[in-house]
Design a protein around this ligand. Structure first.
Ligand SMILES: *[C@@H]1O[C@H](CO)[C@@H](O)[C@H](O)[C@H]1NC(C)=O
Ligand SMILES: *[C@@H]1O[C@H](CO)[C@@H](O)[C@H](O)[C@H]1NC(C)=O
Ligand SMILES: *[C@@H]1O[C@H](CO)[C@@H](O)[C@H](O)[C@H]1NC(C)=O
Ligand SMILES: *[C@@H]1O[C@H](CO)[C@@H](O)[C@H](O)[C@H]1NC(C)=O
Ligand SMILES: *[C@@H]1O[C@H](CO)[C@@H](O)[C@H](O)[C@H]1NC(C)=O
Length: 297
């Protein structure tokens, strides 16, 4: 009996060592932490900036939520996603990308092109095994350099070092790529807050984002299907930083350690997905152009 137990525990240790070598322990297995509405308040302003990017009336000089003023604006909402760079005395420099121009799941599926041919040289620093959805990368490249230049210019002009990058849906994917590009080109305090982020690249991409864009949160609204597209079975993986809105009386949302935490939105079975959740509310804010007239632009 004694020998059997010895053998058993030796086997257990060996198995544990083998497991650890094969699957290095990552924070991905940590338990979610409940966060209150007082703690999620900090994401309301980023949500307002992301929603503003849908407004067709935006132009240079427009005043946004809080005290932000648009410095640079590009895109048409059709071929090129709208994107703006703004300055806010209280928030710093803001970069915001418009998302998909519809609430229809079909057009979101059209955005996602899971073929991953190559990574552009601008993002090659992320690592040689990194792969990114072509659809997102191609759309991002249309304005990437201009946005980078305008962001640099704004930081310099206003002597700010705080940079907030936001986006919803397709715009969240573009904002994530821009955050990576900025991390390699601009010395600033970068905060990235994304809403309804689809999966943008593979495992190596997710790991590189964790390394180069450490202050990144992507907020998943309850049963939104979009954060689960394209499927993990196609080799896609979300970075760390999920915040899962899942109201439960005692809390407002869950902070989910690691990548693809199985106790957060990954726990929702596909037959419970609800595309209406994609547009919000994100801490009271709905994404899209319907709130433009309520604002000051
Ligand atoms: C969405 O697309 C339609 C038709 O292409 C266009 O008229 C509308 O302005 C767009 N909406 C936004 C918010 O970009
Ligand atoms: C961005 O700035 C670089 C360096 O000043 C310049 O070479 C490049 O043409 C600019 N790109 C765009 C799209 O403005
Ligand atoms: C980046 O900015 C910080 C704070 O503004 C400064 O201390 C640091 O020297 C800068 N680093 C580089 C490489 O410019
Ligand atoms: C709410 O959260 C508490 C604490 O985690 C849990 O025990 C309870 O089952 C949850 N209730 C619902 C309705 O999900
Ligand atoms: C519209 O914008 C205002 C001001 O930014 C905000 O307070 C309100 O919650 C927004 N409404 C929706 C439906 O998002």
């Amino acid at each position: 009996m004694f020998r059997f137990r010895q053998l058993f525990s030796l086997f257990g240790i060996l198995a544990f060592v083998a497991y650890t070598l094969a699957f290095p322990l990552k924070p991905r297995d940590g338990a979610p932490v409940a966060i209150s509405s007082a703690q999620t308040k900090q994401y309301i302003i980023p949500a307002q900036f992301a929603s503003s990017a849908y407004c067709t009336t935006l132009k240079r000089g427009s005043i946004l939520a809080e005290d932000a003023k648009i410095l640079y604006y590009a895109g048409d909402g059709r071929k090129i996603q709208r994107v703006y760079v703004a300055h806010s005395p209280s928030q710093g420099i803001i970069v915001a990308y418009q998302g998909t121009n519809t609430s229809s799941i079909h057009s979101i599926e059209d955005d996602i092109e899971p073929v991953r041919k190559h990574v552009d040289s601008r993002l090659a620093f992320l690592g040689k095994d990194v792969k990114i959805s072509d659809g997102f990368q191609d759309q991002w490249l249309l304005t990437a350099d201009k946005v980078l230049n305008e962001t640099k210019k704004a930081l310099k002009q206003y002597h700010h070092s705080n940079l907030l990058v936001v986006g919803h849906s397709l715009g969240a994917a573009l904002a994530l790529l821009t955050s990576a590009y900025i991390s390699n080109n601009i010395n600033a305090t970068l905060q990235t807050v994304l809403f309804g982020l689809p999966r943008v690249g593979n495992d190596e991409f997710a790991n590189a984002i964790d390394k180069y864009v450490p202050d990144q949160n992507h907020i998943v609204n309850y049963h939104d299907p979009v954060p689960h597209l394209p499927g993990k079975s196609l080799g896609f993986q979300s970075p760390s930083g999920e915040i899962w809105i899942n109201h439960n009386g005692s809390y407002s949302a869950l902070r989910c350690p690691g990548q693809e935490n199985p106790q957060c939105s990954d726990s929702v079975p596909f037959y419970e997905y609800d595309v209406d959740n994609h547009l919000g509310p994100y801490f009271g804010i709905y994404m899209g152009s319907h709130n433009c007239s309520a604002s000051r632009y």
